[in-house]
Design a protein around this ligand. Structure first.
Ligand SMILES: *Cc1c(COP(=O)(O)O)cnc(C)c1O
Ligand SMILES: [Zn+2]
Length: 501
């Protein structure tokens, strides 16, 4: 929509002003650092950082209702920089001029309500928000759009050049990093480190297709992460893992969108996210906190973080009810079909602890919960969801398994409405579905395929091998008619079809 069409109260705010005064703040010692430096941990205490805005209080000059209007009207703009996560520019990266923003179609992913059958089976009303419908088919594009735009901003100001961006990945970070970096080639080159044989072939093909340097490393994700951390302290590289605070900032958009998707009403809502490196749950909580503090929403939704029992260090940490006695213990993971979340030593653990504490205290009661699910339930619920019109990945299945568990143990109640993060597209993880259907999942996954969930193709061939067409040898007209009739009859029999009159 053209600018002069907008209502008068919204018009002055529709194009964001670049007013933010952002800085890094250390979660350990609270030291502050300029965002003009590439920084991932505190130089003095080595803790992770979060980005804050010195002008955040000025956001309060606009009422919550007007913010809602601004964001609703911004939907009508045709400016690419404001079509993605930067619709919420003032809350996401308010120092970044629109010219530096990289937009590849991320964000504003569909929210799809479960049908009656599935709701009946689960026991309450819920939606999937399909972050698999982002450009590289996972939510990581939200954080990557933010991280890469921040680098473009530094490049445009001549503060950095010849950027080599690196990341370790369980598959999706590398796909997103390689995609966004390739858009800015040759200004940015990317290198990704993947645990050998611990990402799906689709995920491996993505950074290769984007032209990144792809390194496969023996071990698991946590091992790759250590190498990338070493590289980022010893060499001049840009780190694109969620240790990078810009990633968290961009991923906060997921919460802003949920607020907008549900007309700013977060009462009786439950948001369910899988936890791996714990960057996403940190971002999701932080996003709701920011909108709550700006009066854009008037309640904080319940947050449920889900972990597989094969990779559950965050869940275990919170098992101890006494805050003072909690102690984080990194663990060795076991094979998980929720492979993108198979992390034993999450980098963002200090963020989770700090932000969850603030979230609960703002809510005035416990509002952040952690549940643990079995591998079996992850796989079964993913398959059941997708038989009902969804496109959930295994981590999306983990969310649904987590919701069922949360209902069971009375953390969630029937009157509430849940929004589940389908963090990636089902086709990225189709290998696990395939292994399940063929009953070939290795024992270590501890999954017994349920025959009711198995689906396999049937090969239908004619009784007479001479009536088999091939690309090289076509059948004569009469034989071909016989072939069509034979095969049709066999399919009709399988499907129990009745003859038409
Ligand atoms: C990265 C990822 C996760 C885990 O998110 P964290 O921020 O690491 O906790 C879950 N699902 C998918 C599909 C992912 O790519
Ligand atoms: Zn510090």
């Amino acid at each position: 929509m053209r600018l002069d069409f907008f209502p008068e109260d919204v018009k002055p705010h529709i194009i964001p002003k670049v007013e933010g005064d952002l800085y890094y703040k250390c979660l350990g010692c609270s030291a502050q650092y300029s965002i003009e430096k590439l920084l991932y941990v505190c130089p003095s205490c080595n803790q992770v950082l979060l980005i804050h805005d010195r002008n955040a209080s000025s956001l309060k000059k606009i009422s919550g209702i007007v913010w809602q209007k601004i964001f609703d009207f911004r939907k009508l703009l045709k400016i690419p920089a404001l079509k993605g996560i930067y619709r919420y520019h003032e809350f996401i990266g308010s120092c970044i001029p629109l010219e530096s923003i990289v937009y590849l179609g991320e964000g504003h992913t569909p929210v799809v309500e479960a049908n009656e059958r599935l709701k009946g089976q689960v026991g309450l009303r819920f939606f999937y928000k399909n972050d698999g419908q982002n450009p590289s088919a996972s939510f990581k594009d939200r954080g990557m759009a933010s991280a890469i735009s921040s680098i473009k901003y530094l490049i445009d100001q001549n503060l950095v050049s010849d950027v080599i961006a690196v990341c370790a990945s369980t598959g999706d970070t590398s796909a997103a990093a390689a995609l966004y970096a390739s858009y800015l080639s040759p200004l940015i080159k990317s290198a990704v480190l993947l645990p050998h044989k611990k990402v799906t072939s689709q995920q491996l093909s993505q950074p290769l297709g984007s032209g990144a340097h792809v390194f496969e490393i023996p071990g698991v994700f946590d091992d790759c992460m250590k190498i990338v951390e070493h590289l980022s302290t010893q060499y001049s590289v840009v780190l694109l893992n969620s240790k990078n605070a810009w990633r968290i900032l961009g991923q906060e958009s997921y919460s802003y969108e949920i607020a907008q998707d549900f007309e700013w009403d977060m009462k009786n809502k439950v948001v369910v996210v899988p936890i791996g490196n714990a960057g996403n749950i940190s971002a999701v909580m932080n996003g709701f906190i920011k909108f709550y503090e700006a009066d854009i929403i008037d309640s904080l939704p319940k947050i449920i973080g889900v972990q597989s029992e094969h990779a559950d260090p965050v869940f275990k940490y919170y098992l101890e009810p006494d805050e003072a006695k909690r102690k984080f213990i990194p663990m060795d993971t076991k094979p998980s079909v929720a492979q993108a979340a198979m992390i034993g030593n999450p980098v963002s653990m200090p963020r989770v602890v700090k932000i969850a504490e603030k979230y609960n205290s703002l809510a005035g009661h416990p509002q952040v919960f952690f549940v643990q699910v079995t591998e079996q339930s992850i796989m079964d619920w993913q398959l059941i969801a997708n038989k009902n019109g969804h496109i959930a990945c295994t981590q999306g299945g983990e969310c649904l398994a987590g919701l069922v568990k949360a209902l069971e143990i009375n953390i969630v109640h029937k009157g509430e409405t849940a929004i589940l993060d389908a963090t990636a597209h089902a086709i990225k993880f189709s290998e696990f579905q395939d292994l399940y259907f063929k009953s070939k999942l290795p024992k270590a996954y501890e999954i017994e395929p349920d025959p009711a969930n198995i689906n396999l193709p049937s090969f239908i061939q004619p009784d007479n091998p001479n009536l088999t067409p091939s690309q090289e040898k076509r059948l004569g007209e009469k034989d071909f008619q016989l072939f069509v009739k034979d095969i049709s009859e066999k399919i009709a029999k399988r499907l129990n079809l009745k003859a038409s009159l």
